[in-house]
Design a protein around this ligand. Structure first.
Ligand SMILES: [Cu+2]
Length: 208
């Protein structure tokens, strides 16, 4: 009886030791950001200090995770989008961060520019009558979708590219499709990063 009891005590002690070991392993802080087509998902991730963040490339192209910012271009310009025959022309506009978009309504019908919600840029233009225009300076890198609520199916896109300004804290180099990169954020703070292959994707880790 005694030997059975002591045996079970030893078993319990061993169980506790092994459980402590696997407990500390599974409690190690981890979080994942997915690399998608020209965006990091989520674009803002809040973690506890000490967390290891893993970026997984879920796109079909290679990207990087490079600490720093995408800055405005030193020589910003105007970029024109015409609204003609109920189409945005061009439908997809590439520009540099700092450039200003000017939409001009060349239709008889009223049109309006409304950015999709949940993007870093919020914008709703006044309704535009024929030959009226509206402007917006783009101050963030990224892909921005917009639509005209007056015309179902009328959508446009802006792809804003910044000037890379790495700060040297981390740089994955090229991450191929399906591959991963990890970095541990031991110090509280806000850490911005971007992809230096495209200079469009910008995101941040907030470590508490
Ligand atoms: Cu990229």
């Amino acid at each position: 009886m005694t030997s059975v009891r002591s045996l079970s005590a030893i078993t319990a002690a061993l169980f506790l030791v092994s459980c402590f070991g696997c407990g500390s392993a599974s409690n190690r802080l981890r979080s994942t950001v997915f690399i998608r087509t020209l965006r990091f998902d989520p674009s803002t991730l809040t973690v506890d200090a000490g967390t290891t963040v893993r970026w997984r490339n879920s796109d079909t192209a290679a990207h990087t995770v490079t600490s720093g910012n995408l800055d405005p271009a030193p020589d910003p310009t105007f970029k024109d989008v015409a609204i003609l025959d109920s189409q945005f022309s061009p439908k997809e506009l590439r520009l540099r961060v700092g450039d200003t978009v000017r939409w001009t309504n060349r239709d008889l019908a009223t049109h309006q520019i409304v950015f999709a919600s949940g993007q870093p840029i919020e914008f709703t233009s006044p309704p535009l009558q024929e030959n009226e225009d509206t402007t917006l300076q783009i101050l963030h890198a990224g892909v921005f979708e917009y639509q005209d609520p007056f015309t179902p199916g009328l959508t446009g896109r802006i792809i804003a590219e910044g000037v890379p300004d790495p700060d040297g804290q981390f740089d994955s180099g090229g991450i191929s499709p399906g591959q991963e990169f990890e970095f541990t954020f031991n110090i509280p703070g806000t850490f911005t990063y971007f992809c230096k292959f495209h200079n469009v994707e910008e995101a941040r880790i907030v470590a508490l």
